[in-house]
Ligand binder design. Structure first.
Ligand code: HGY
Ligand code: MN
Ligand code: MN
Length: 412
C-alpha cells in the first residue's frame, strides 16, 4: 500500500496556482487564468517539468506540446500505465481543475520514490495541451490528437480571438516538441479530477468512481441582421440580430425546461453584438452554444431542434461553425473495478457517477482501458469559478486511490 504526502501535494497545487493568478472582482477571491500556450501556461509547464525531473522522470514533449514524464519499470518493454490530466485553465478558474490530476500523478511518483518501490510496468505522468478549449475553440484537443480523433494539422491551424495560430503559439513558448503526437496505446489510463459538481458532496462521499462522460456539442453561431438608426427606424422595418440572439438564449432554456431532451444542459457562454454601439440596431450577433447530454439520441434531437429554430429566426442569414463534438463515452468496467476495489481496501467509501464535465480520459478511452477517480468539491462542487475548492483531506484521499490503483495496474 502506497501512502502519499498530502502536504507536499497541497503545496504543489498552491504553487502552480500562483501562475496566472488574478484578483477576481466577481468573487473577491484570487482566481487562476492560465489559458493554454499563454506565458502563464508556459511558466506552469516549465515548473511542472522541473518537478518531474527532480522526481527522476524522463521528460518528453510531443508535437502538440503534450508533456510526458516516464518512470521506468522493472520490465521497460511493457506498455505503461499513464496517469494525467491538464494544467491549462479557463479564464475564471480555481486551483484544482486538471492540476489535481497532473500533480496527483507527480505525487504518485514522489511517493514511490520515497518508498523506493519499483513497479513492473513503466509509469507515465501526462499533461495534455488545451484541454479546456477556451482559447483555441476545441476542448480536449491535445489528448484527442494523441489518441487519433483529431489531426495535428487541424490543431495547428486553430486560431484564438486575436487571430494567433495555435501552431505558432506552440513555437513561441518553446513547446513544439519532436516526440510524435500519436500515442502508442498504454496498458491503462487513470485520471484523478475534482468532480466539479454537487453529487459527491450531496451523497456524502469524498471519492467517486467515474462510469463515463456525457456527450458535448459546441457550436459558434453568427446571426446576420441589418444595421439601422435606433431612433428613426420603425420596429417593423428592423432586422435586429441582437433580438434574435436573445431569442436563441431563451429558446435553449425552454428546450431544457421542456424535458423533451432528458438531462440536457445548454449554455451560451459568449454573446457579442456588432457594431456594439448604442444608436445602431445590431447587424450581427455572434454566440457560442454548449450542449451537454448523457444520452446521444437526445443530444442529436436537441441539436436538430436548435438548427430548426435558427433557420426560422427573423434574420437575413445564419452561419454555424462546429467547434467541438463528442459522444457519450463509457469508461472501462475493469478499470472502474480496479479503482473501486483499491478504494475499498483502503477503507475509502466510493460511489459510481457519470461525469458532467469533459475530460482527457474520454479521449484516451479510445485507445486504452480508461476510468477516472473523482474528488469531492465544496460549495456545491462549483468549478470554472475561483471558489472551486477541495479539502486537503479529500485531495489526499483521491490521490491515494489513484496511487494504489496505478500500482495495482502497473504490477499486472
Ligand atoms: O468543457 C468541459 O467540460 C471541460 O472543462 N473541458
Ligand atoms: Mn478539467
Ligand atoms: Mn475545466
Amino acid at each position: 500500500m502506497i501512502t502519499i504526502d498530502s502536504q507536499r501535494l497541497w503545496h504543489s497545487l498552491m504553487e502552480l496556482a500562483e501562475l496566472g493568478a488574478y484578483d477576481d472582482t466577481a468573487t473577491g477571491l484570487v482566481g487562476v487564468n492560465r489559458q493554454s500556450l499563454t506565458d502563464a501556461d508556459a511558466a506552469g509547464r516549465r515548473l511542472l517539468i522541473g518537478w518531474m525531473r527532480d522526481a527522476g522522470l524522463d521528460v518528453t514533449v510531443d508535437e502538440l506540446g503534450n508533456i510526458f514524464g516516464l518512470r521506468e519499470g522493472l520490465e521497460p518493454a511493457l506498455a505503461p500505465v499513464v496517469i494525467g490530466s491538464h494544467i491549462d485553465s479557463v479564464a475564471t478558474a480555481g486551483a484544482f481543475d486538471g492540476c489535481l490530476g497532473v500533480l496527483g500523478g507527480l505525487e504518485v511518483v514522489r511517493s514511490l520514490n520515497d518508498a523506493d518501490a519499483r513497479t513492473r510496468r513503466p509509469l507515465v505522468v501526462a499533461a495534455w495541451t488545451e484541454e479546456e478549449g477556451i482559447r483555441f475553440g476545441t476542448d480536449m484537443l491535445g489528448s484527442a490528437v494523441a489518441a487519433g480523433r483529431l489531426t495535428l494539422e487541424y490543431a495547428y491551424d486553430l486560431v484564438d480571438a486575436d487571430g494567433l495560430r495555435l501552431g505558432d503559439e506552440l513555437v513561441r513558448i518553446g513547446f513544439k516538441g519532436d516526440r510524435p503526437v500519436r500515442l502508442d496505446p498504454p496498458y491503462a489510463y487513470v485520471e484523478c479530477h475534482i468532480e466539479q459538481g454537487p453529487v459527491l458532496a450531496g451523497q456524502g462521499f469524498a471519492v467517486g468512481v467515474v462510469t463515463g462522460v456525457q456527450s458535448i456539442s459546441w457550436q459558434h453561431v453568427t446571426l446576420h441582421g441589418r444595421a439601422a438608426h435606433a431612433g428613426t427606424t420603425p420596429t417593423e422595418l428592423r432586422v435586429d440580430a441582437g433580438l434574435a440572439a436573445a431569442q436563441v438564449v431563451v429558446h435553449l432554456r425552454e428546450m431544457v425546461a421542456s424535458g423533451k431532451y432528458g438531462q440536457l444542459r445548454a449554455t451560451v457562454g459568449r454573446l457579442q453584438t456588432f457594431p456594439g454601439v448604442p444608436s445602431v440596431v445590431p447587424d450581427r450577433a455572434e454566440l457560442t452554444v454548449d450542449l451537454r447530454n448523457p444520452d446521444d439520441a437526445l443530444m442529436a434531437a436537441a441539436e436538430a431542434d436548435l438548427a430548426a429554430y435558427l433557420e426560422a429566426l427573423p434574420v437575413l442569414r445564419v452561419d454555424t461553425r462546429r467547434m467541438a463534438r463528442t459522444t457519450m463515452v463509457p469508461f472501462d468496467p475493469k478499470i472502474q473495478e480496479a479503482i473501486a476495489t483499491t478504494a475499498d481496501e483502503l477503507g475509502i467509501p466510493t460511489m459510481r457517477l457519470m461525469s458532467g464535465a469533459g475530460h482527457d480520459a474520454q479521449e484516451l478511452a479510445a485507445i486504452t482501458p480508461t476510468a477516472m477517480v473523482f474528488v469531492r468539491g465544496q460549495y456545491d462542487g462549483i468549478s470554472h469559478n475561483p471558489r472551486e475548492y477541495s479539502t486537503p483531506e479529500d485531495c489526499a484521499a483521491g490521490v491515494t486511490v489513484l496511487a494504489n490503483t496505478a500500482v495495482r495496474l502497473a504490477s499486472s
